[in-house]
Design a binder for this molecule. Structure first.
Ligand SMILES: *[C@@H]1O[C@H](CO)[C@@H](O)[C@H](O)[C@H]1NC(C)=O
Ligand SMILES: *[C@@H]1O[C@H](CO)[C@@H](O)[C@H](O)[C@H]1NC(C)=O
Length: 570
């Protein structure tokens, strides 16, 4: 096998020489990245909105290879979201490591009461923090400690003298004439109790022209060489999104705006394949180099500002320098590309990812909409299967259905699973889904057709501005009792739903099971996996998932899934 070793060594050698990396660094629905470092270890958290558990914590040693190590909000005492609207729930965190106390803080805000459909019932929530001294054990995160000042996108800055400052964003209408709207406020806080120690003070109003969305959000304060820097995201989270910075010698000002603002704004070039860049955070390597992480989108069909951001807002990286006179310059002042040359390295990702459900889940990257009432997925009841016990709720309700979701992280891929399920009536249903929200999700499932009373496959897609439902039914062959494979093929322009049946079982002496080719029953344009109903909103990205439901009644028939897999199409 010497030739293989030589090949591997040559490949590694080339990888080491070819310094360039690929964006996004954390693909799939991972908006609002925030990053911190403890020694050689980088940790990064993102937003999860109405999904549970909340606030994934990713770890890396090199800013490129990120592994999910857990979630800061992983039990109901930290995050109890029930009936939360799509794109309500857990908003933009800040993650900070405080060297002196060896403590990690994660600050965030949970929007539980949010329009729609209850127009005008929006109440600005108070942010909170959870903390831990052992970030490797997700159970070690504390329960929430609430702040007094309300507002979202909370930031924690602990000064050299130990004083801690909270900044958040909320409407500044009462405080200044012509303030645009959301602006950044600051208060000194007692970190033990979250109590404010000073009155809330208006810190920053967007300086963008009045005809730009004048939100100033995603504040982070940094201190460097005697200056306090206030980094913000402005211009709204869509194509106008950008990062801006100002500085002062004291947190009381006077503040000086960076003459080169914005420091990050791909929206300058509407032909760029990355758009809506903003919500940044800064990090310094142990060697002293600087980088910024930020959210952005990869529009598809076409791959420029006219396209739809198929996977929602993802996490990107760019190098950063501090020029003479001490303003940060991101990516040499250029628009950030998918392929960033000259730094770090290119991480090759395997074509096939698979979870065999061998007594435990392959990793922690699994979610459900909202907080589960109780366990729905069992890995030890039947060896080699994930058994899902359905509940009364469907994927279309503002509740917690019985399911196991994973973020879609590749644009072109086939998600598949193998299901054993014996529906006894038309309410019994189990299958696979590509899921954005309770309004827009598409399923391929096994159930009983109410018209024929026969066990059948159903493909359900939703499209159009009212998320209109289309169904395609196909009866299982009479007497077929084998497992069913379900497929969701994701492409840049559409998703297709299919199934396959076993043609020969694996039993007997020389048995090797055989399967028919997948048969695709329905497809739906990709844009409907980034859609929202009029008056609602969408801040999330799509998930592949498996689920079971009793469609309004309890169900005792278990749904046994043998594996889930994704296989990239390239
Ligand atoms: C909320 O606002 C939308 C759009 O303005 C309107 O169509 C809808 O009827 C309102 N809903 C309620 C409950 O007032
Ligand atoms: C985006 O791509 C489409 C299709 O290739 C093209 O017609 C359009 O001009 C592009 N827009 C920009 C701003 O580059």
């Amino acid at each position: 096998m010497w030739w293989k070793q030589i090949t591997a060594a040559a490949v590694l050698g080339l990888a080491a020489l070819a310094t360039s990396f690929q964006n996004p660094i954390i693909p799939g629905f991972n908006p609002d990245p925030t990053i911190t470092r403890a020694g050689k270890d980088y940790f990064l958290a993102t937003s999860t909105f109405e999904y549970f558990p909340g606030a994934p914590i990713y770890h890396s040693r090199d800013l490129i290879d990120w592994k999910l190590i857990g979630h800061a909000l992983n039990r109901p005492s930290q995050l109890n979201i029930r009936g939360t609207a799509p794109s309500g729930g857990m908003f933009a965190p800040t993650l900070r490591y405080h060297e002196k106390s060896k403590t990690f803080y994660l600050l965030t805000t949970v929007f539980d009461v949010i329009a729609p459909p209850d127009n005008n019932t929006n109440v600005m929530p108070r942010s909170f923090y959870v903390k831990t001294k052992n970030i490797w054990d997700e159970k070690a995160w504390s329960d929430p400690v609430y702040f007094d000042m309300h507002g979202f996108d909370p930031d924690l800055f602990i000064d050299d003298d130990g004083k801690a400052y909270l900044t958040t964003t909320f409407g500044a209408g009462e405080f200044v004439k012509d303030p645009g709207y959301f602006s950044v406020f600051i208060t000194q806080v007692d970190l033990k109790t979250g109590d404010s120690l000073t009155d809330a003070k208006l810190l920053h109003v967007s300086t963008l022209p009045l005809d730009t969305p004048r939100l100033a959000e995603a504040s982070h304060i940094f201190k460097k060489d005697g200056y306090y820097y206030l980094l913000t995201a402005e211009g709204g989270t869509e194509l106008g999104h950008r990062a801006m910075i100002k500085r002062a010698k004291s947190l009381d000002g006077p503040w000086e705006e960076n003459p080169s603002n914005p420091i990050l704004h791909n929206g300058r070039d509407k032909s760029a394949p990355i758009q809506a860049t903003g919500h940044a955070d800064f990090i310094q390597t142990p060697k002293g180099d600087w980088y910024t992480v930020f959210l952005a989108i990869r529009p598809q069909a076409p791959a420029n500002a006219s396209g739809i951001p198929q996977l929602g807002r993802e996490t990107f990286l760019a190098p950063m320098t501090w020029e003479k006179g001490q303003w940060p310059v991101i990516n040499g002042g250029e628009v950030v590309d998918l392929d960033v040359k000259g730094v770090l390295y290119d991480l090759k990702k395997p074509k096939v990812w698979r979870d065999e459900f061998d007594g435990k889940l392959a990793d922690k990257a699994y979610y459900t909409p909202r907080t589960p009432y109780k366990q729905a997925v069992f890995l030890n009841e039947r060896k080699g299967y994930a058994r899902i016990k359905g509940n009364v709720y469907t994927l279309g309700q503002r509740e917690t259905p019985a399911c196991l979701f994973r973020k879609q992280t590749e644009l072109e891929t086939v998600f598949s699973t193998e299901l054993e399920f014996n529906p006894k009536n038309k309410k019994h249903e189990a299958g696979a889904t590509i899921f954005l929200s309770l309004h827009f999700h598409d399923n391929i499932a096994v159930t009983v057709n109410p018209d024929t009373n026969k066990p059948s496959i159903v493909a359900r897609t939703r499209s159009g501005k009212n998320a209109d439902l289309k169904e395609v039914w196909e009866a299982l062959p009479a007497g077929y009792s084998g497992p069913v494979r379900l497929f969701i093929k994701a492409e840049r322009h559409q998703y297709s739903l299919g199934y396959a049946l076993q043609t020969k079982t694996g039993g007997g002496k020389k048995g090797k099971e055989e399967w028919a080719q997948p048969k695709y029953l329905a497809s739906v344009e990709s844009k409907w996996l980034q859609a929202w109903l009029d008056g609602w909103q969408n801040f999330v990205g799509s998930f592949f998932g498996i689920y079971a439901t009793g469609n309004g009644l309890p169900i005792r028939e278990p749904a046994d899934f043998k594996y889930i897999q994704t296989e990239r199409l390239d």
